[in-house]
Design a protein around this ligand. Sequence first.
Ligand SMILES: *Cc1c(COP(=O)(O)O)cnc(C)c1O
Length: 390
Amino acid sequence: MPYAMLPDDLAELDSLGLRRYRRTLDSAQATHVLVDGKKYVAFCSNDYLGLANHPELIAAAQAGAAQFGVGAGASHLVLGHARAHEALESQLAAFVKLPRALLFSTGYMANLGIVTALMNREDAVFADRLNHASLNDACLLARAQFKRYAHNNLDQLQRLLASTRARRKLIVADAVFSMDGDIAPVPDLLALAERYDAWLLLDDAHGFGVLGENGRGVLEHFNAAHPRIIYMATLGKAAGVFGAFVAGDPTLIETLLQRARTYIFTTAMPPLLACALSKSIELIASGAPLRQRLHENIIQLKQTLNDSMPGGGELLPSATAIQPLVIGDNRAASSLAQRLADRGVLVPAIRPPTVPPGTARLRISLSAAHTTDDVRCLTGALAGAGVSHH
Ligand SMILES: *Cc1c(COP(=O)(O)O)cnc(C)c1O
């Protein structure tokens, strides 16, 4: 039987404490969810501003369905590119203050499309070790030389850039690291890109909508803008819907439209989602109070945990909505997550290969929609589950 090896493979996942199980939501994604008939306070989503279930986005999606139907029916280059997509691309470019933007169906596909369209065997990609899996996969698929540097180690990156003889060079980094929550040193990366004539691809999946005064993301946070920057952000996280976009130099964007295989050979996102996203970008632009609420939640969590775990520096030094509590052992992380669930609080245990071996963690994600009581509920459950004894 061709399947003969698979049971052993699955048993190995069990023996390593790495088997994953899904929970099935019976409610919309929110801070308070219904799972298998039980209510929980959840700290699991990337819906940082609470827009995934927002009434104005739902109304925009419904109006979009009435006008455009439910499916795009074709790829963008064959008749799937609707007025709603076109309008959203212009809106996104104006919002992030870059010349042109191109929609992709997901962030994973955007990263694959960008890197494979621009790089090949003669080229070299320089990547932070903690980058998202989609960026790593993109480099492998492009067959470019793949040179990884230790997390935020700019000296090592500089040495790698200085020693390459590759034709084109591309530095790639998460703008906010998805499992650690820290922000990449964008001005330093840009300076190295300048010095070594490289492009800089920034994956702002976790910064778009939340960083910067106006939620324009990491570029606004650092007041950075440069033609070398290839800016990618996802629309299924803070924006609350689905999809992704790339923004930058017009010639770059036209090249992606012509060459990115994950753009060309796939169905366009449903136009109704583009309608919902247009509303979402409006709410993000006027969302300073939401970002303030999120910030207050971050401060409350950090202060409470640091007080209750003196010297227990397990909470990584993150200033963003992603607040990882590193446990180390895979099973210990899973069993802590289970004890929290028993107390009505959902926090995901993140294990290898998503994070390096020995650094299994609870990845606490905060949202503007969490109340002070929700955060207190989490810190109380952590204390009850015995976190301070680690
Ligand atoms: C979530 C994520 C992606 C993938 O985006 P999707 O739209 O979910 O496919 C890419 N990069 C980073 C850093 C992410 O966190």
